[in-house]
Design a protein around this ligand. Sequence first.
Ligand SMILES: Nc1nc2c(ncn2[C@@H]2O[C@H](COP(=O)(O)OP(=O)(O)OP(=O)(O)O)[C@@H](O)[C@H]2O)c(=O)[nH]1
Ligand SMILES: O=C([O-])CC(=O)C(=O)O
Ligand SMILES: [Mn+2]
Length: 605
Amino acid sequence: MTATATFVRHAPENADSRIVEWVEAIAEMTQPDRIIWCDGSAEERQRMLDESVAAGTLIKLNPAKRPNSYLARSNPSDVARVEARTFICSEDEDDAGPTNNWAPPAEMRETLDALFQGAMRGRTMYVVPFSMGPVGSPLARLGVQVTDSPYVVISTGIMTRMGADALAQIGPHTEWVPAVHSVGAPLLPGEDDVVWPCNETKYIVHYPESREIWSYGSAYGGNAILAKKGFALRIASKVGEEEGWLAAHMLLLKVTNPRGRAFHVAAGFPSACGKTNFAMLRPSIPGWKVETIGDDIAWMAQGPDGRLRAINPEAGFFGVAPGTGYSTNPTAIEMIADDTVFTNVALTDDGDVWWEGLTKEVPAHLTDWQGRDWTPDSESPAAHPNSRFTVAAHQCHSIADTWDDPAGVPIDAIIFGGRRATNVPLVAQARDWEHGVYMGATLASERTAAAEGTLGELRRDPFAMLPFSGVHMADHWQHWLNVGEKLNQSGNAPQIFQVNWFRRGCDGRFLWPGFSENSRVLAWITERIEERVDAVESPFGLVPVEGSIDYAEAGVSEKDWEALFEIDPAALSAEADDTDVFLTRMGPKLPDAVVRQHDEFRSRL
Ligand SMILES: Nc1nc2c(ncn2[C@@H]2O[C@H](COP(=O)(O)OP(=O)(O)OP(=O)(O)O)[C@@H](O)[C@H]2O)c(=O)[nH]1
Ligand SMILES: O=C([O-])CC(=O)C(=O)O
Ligand SMILES: [Mn+2]
């Protein structure tokens, strides 16, 4: 791929000298053939798309079917986040905690130094400045990523406010996060490139104290778009802990009831557990309206008005494709009708995309995500289970007009949820903030395709942050307790709830229809906030009284409804034992409040 002369080859005049020096130092180390500073313009974006098509990294989809849209097929070894290769290299191991991989920073720097030497030979190094949050918002933060992957530049251009405006925000005293990324595949002179360069050796490394990110060997999603999980969650959770705000793996939505009252909700579900779908919910109940603010990450701080205010630091969606169809998420289907980059989905014979769950009828022939012929008789799915679409937030028809309000939106409710076949009820309300923190701390979920590992296995995923906390997990809980205490002092703490759309009957089917019917649960949550409905005690918290959720309208039988809230004391007691083991792993940092809540949970069984 050759750069055209119009690319910015030298640092823009207004670039802060610290950035210029850093870029020069990284170039010295990685030895790229050329350096290009990205300005985030439409022309630049189109040029990079065209070059990626010429290089074979992107396939242009049929413009009559899917205008301005592209398909990327990754290397089959580079399809999801690599948690085993993700490190939090704090100075003190105890600051990374028992749930993170840790290595001494000095040792890790040596390892990475060796890997990054000459890593960009034969390639272009792009300098990608970005703002997380609306440019200039008091809640926004800045970063600069260098990368040798045009796919990562294009993705970052969709997912963040990328380019000249962000760069212009960085003055001599502005904090910014440096992020270095290489696919780890230098080219010899004259050597042909592959479609998806990457390396078997992978490192996704964070230095929380110096707020640096280094990523090597992968070009996929959260491994490589460092503004997202690396910055907006792992580094931000450390910064937030020091400065008193929260970085959360949460969607943000606005829900308006038939009487016109609006509520803002933040909901934390683990990866591939329904955030995008819930954020774009189309209520099945008449008169209710849901609008989208974010689908993956929320930054929340107490505002000047005393309330917890949240922004979506991102500017786009990197959404799971499989399971996304008109019947489940029509808003997403309309959103990705054009101007979308797809990764690892199947290609139809007429140049469009397809994945399991897009349509009921399955095409007779496809090209699968690895470029192989595929028919319904094929043994493997046509689209990779973690295949995704990347699309700008403004393409979403349900986006709220306040989605990029620099002041953020005031949060009324916080929800935790996981994929639980058993034990956890459809919905429960926490008794208070402390109980809500316990709900978040004990969140568990069945493993999905969003990260490498055995599908379906139950794992603890506290606050849906297991793979994303840049701090000791118990410190993260204590930080939530501290923030809640402050909010409580002024009577501004949001109510906390727990949901589970994924409980199954003995026959294995989902007991709750989910998707648009989740609006019934959301409506109940707002009615609890308004104190319009009663609730009854259960070991999990307050659950709906008979008649406050119209499950029959959702097509759920009375028997299934009861099963959705069934308490099996033996199973819950076994789970509580498992929670003991998990909490004990936290060591001396485990907050007393969490222990107290766990004892109370046991005593209610
Ligand atoms: N049964 C059921 N499946 C759901 C529901 N909501 C979402 N899903 C499915 O869960 C999968 C992941 O959903 P997403 O909304 O993309 O998950 P996410 O939490 O945004 O995921 P990340 O982007 O990985 O953080 C998709 O296949 C959805 O179709 C629901 O209410 N019920
Ligand atoms: O980070 C990614 O690759 C995608 C994502 O949102 C997640 O896994 O939670
Ligand atoms: Mn996510």
